[in-house]
Ligand binder design. Structure first.
Ligand SMILES: NC(=O)C1=CN([C@@H]2O[C@H](COP(=O)(O)OP(=O)(O)OC[C@H]3O[C@@H](n4cnc5c(N)ncnc54)[C@H](OP(=O)(O)O)[C@@H]3O)[C@@H](O)[C@H]2O)C=CC1
Ligand SMILES: O=C(O)[C@H](O)COP(=O)(O)O
Length: 472
């Protein structure tokens, strides 16, 4: 079995302990990665700190060249990266390839967005300035960043933190999810191959519950970008040494249907939004809210679409693949059982072979059922019947999450009015919930997050103004 070593200061670390990386499809150990000690993690921060000023000083043109070389290497190695990802997280191979390509595009867009950033200047002719001064405000690096990514997009949600921060002159200690660590180490190896200097990108591996506190309490941290679950996000807020945090956490995105227009296409959109990568996406549609009349019409259409979903192993490129682990699959099964026990109608699915769950559709879900509120992060979609728009908004807003919502209606003005009342980061009218296009700001409110991601926003959150004012 192959072993992959963590990378600190561009050196592979000869650690004494190893962490098993499972293949969720076979439930066998696929590889091992270093399980770093507290001392080794501390040395990663020292390396990042030592490298930062020099990395910033080499200038934007040089850093852009390094990033382009890194992007080229990601693409050159896309098959290997996609295959690794497929084994680590059981995502369909073609979706893994798409993720690598989306990541390469993310780097290109980061470079072009950075070029569009304006330097702020003021002088005695500027509004509100009475002194004879010339003032210039440039964005500069914050310093040493921590990037912590989740399992479900191991390349994209890593590079979307790292690329903007690296481009602007920061250095990083990057901790990939355990399932996703081999890919995390591989992108670190490719950064070395791209010539990115020692200490600029350090990849530390180990179980989050063992090394997480050690990472986030290091005194050398200037900012943290985390994507993952709510409990870990909350812990970071409590204990991190830096309070400069961007947190992208879970979601319970609703699709609210206001009328009967275009139901066949909406059913297709909802199913794509709910079930891709087996629902293991923060932006997946995780509940449908609509009236009795509309539900009577759309439920059979959604059922027909769900029945078409392909189910199988990731190398066969289906939509539904085995869930990331048994604990997660058990959680979804419990949600389904709880709902059925309390009177929900099992319209489709509900069966399971180990971690491979059939896509499951539940109708007549009520607010007493856990599946109405919990984030399953798995292939189950509840339909909640509510007849008044005010009550739909109220149930949508009662969730502790506030990531995104979809509203489907032929009356865009009405949909817009509803959108204005929803407590979420983003509302999509007549489109499914999703993160892209990546140039858009991406944010959650309430338990769904803190701060904003997206290409420009990440450039902003990994930099600060430095003002220089000259009195004439
Ligand atoms: N809003 C968004 O953009 C997104 C949100 N998510 C959310 O993430 C969750 C699923 O991802 P999952 O990977 O299971 O999330 P986790 O919160 O379990 O893990 C996320 C990352 O945090 C690490 N971690 C675990 N414990 C700690 C700790 N105490 N301190 C610091 N880091 C720690 C994990 O490492 P390890 O794997 O070693 O435990 C992993 O790298 C869902 O709730 C989902 O909604 C996912 C994607 C996008
Ligand atoms: O991690 C996630 O779930 C993503 O941020 C969602 O991205 P997507 O909407 O592009 O799948």
């Amino acid at each position: 079995m192959e072993k992959f070593k963590a990378i600190i200061n561009n050196q592979e670390i000869e650690s004494n302990s190893w962490l098993d990386i499972m293949d969720p499809t076979t439930d066998e150990v696929y590889a091992q990665v270093s399980a770093l000690s507290a001392q080794e993690i501390d040395s990663a921060f020292k390396a990042a700190k030592a490298a930062q000023k020099k990395w910033e000083a080499i200038g934007i043109e040089k850093r852009t060249e390094f990033l382009i070389r890194w992007r080229d290497l990601l693409l050159k190695n896309e098959e290997d990266l996609a295959t690794t990802m497929m084994h680590e997280i059981a995502k369909a191979y073609k979706d893994c390839l798409t993720e690598v390509r989306r990541t390469a595009e993310y780097i290109d867009l980061t470079i072009s967005e950075y070029n569009d950033l304006q330097v702020l200047t003021f002088d005695k002719n500027s509004k509100g300035v009475t002194e004879d001064i010339v003032a210039e405000y440039k964005r500069i690096a914050k310093g040493v960043g921590v990037g912590i990514s989740p399992f479900n997009y191991p390349i994209n949600l890593a590079v979307s933190k790292l690329a903007p921060g690296l481009l602007t002159g920061n250095t990083f200690v990057f901790k990939p999810a355990t399932q996703g660590s081999v890919v995390g180490i591989k992108i670190g190896q490719l950064a070395i191959e791209a010539g990115i200097p020692a200490g600029v990108l350090n990849v530390v591996t180990g179980r989050g519950r063992d090394i997480g506190d050690v990472i986030v309490t290091n005194p050398l941290i200037d900012f943290i970008s985390f994507t993952g679950s709510v409990p870990v996000g909350r812990r970071l807020m409590e204990i991190s040494s830096s309070k400069d945090l961007v947190l992208e956490l879970g979601g319970k995105d609703a699709a609210i249907l206001l009328d009967e227009h275009n139901l066949e296409n909406i059913a297709k959109d909802i199913v794509a939004g709910a079930f891709s990568y087996s629902g293991q996406r923060c932006t997946a549609i995780k509940r449908v809210i609509t009236t009795d009349n509309i539900a009577d019409k759309i439920t059979p259409l959604i059922k027909a679409e769900v029945a078409k979903l392909t189910v199988g192993l990731p190398n066969e490129n289906p939509i539904i693949t085995p869930m990331i682990d048994k604990k997660s699959a058990d959680f979804v099964t419990d949600l389904i059982n709880d709902a059925v026990k309390k009177g929900a109608t099992l319209v489709y699915g509900g069966t399971r072979d180990k971690n491979l769950l059939q896509p499951t559709l539940l109708d007549n879900v009520t607010v007493e059922m856990n599946v109405a509120w919990e984030e399953p992060f798995g292939p189950v979609l509840p339909i909640i019947r509510i007849n008044e728009i005010e009550d739909m908004i109220s149930v949508a807003n009662k969730s502790n999450f506030g990531l995104q919502t979809s509203i489907y209606s032929k009356d865009v003005d009405l949909a817009y009015k509803v959108a204005e009342q929803l407590e979420v980061g983003t509302v999509n009218i007549n489109r499914r919930t999703q993160r892209g296009p990546d140039v858009l700001p991406f944010l959650g409110v309430k338990d769904s997050g803190f701060g904003v991601q997206g290409i420009k926003e990440t450039i902003l959150s990994t930099t600060r103004y430095r003002g220089i004012i000259i009195k004439k």
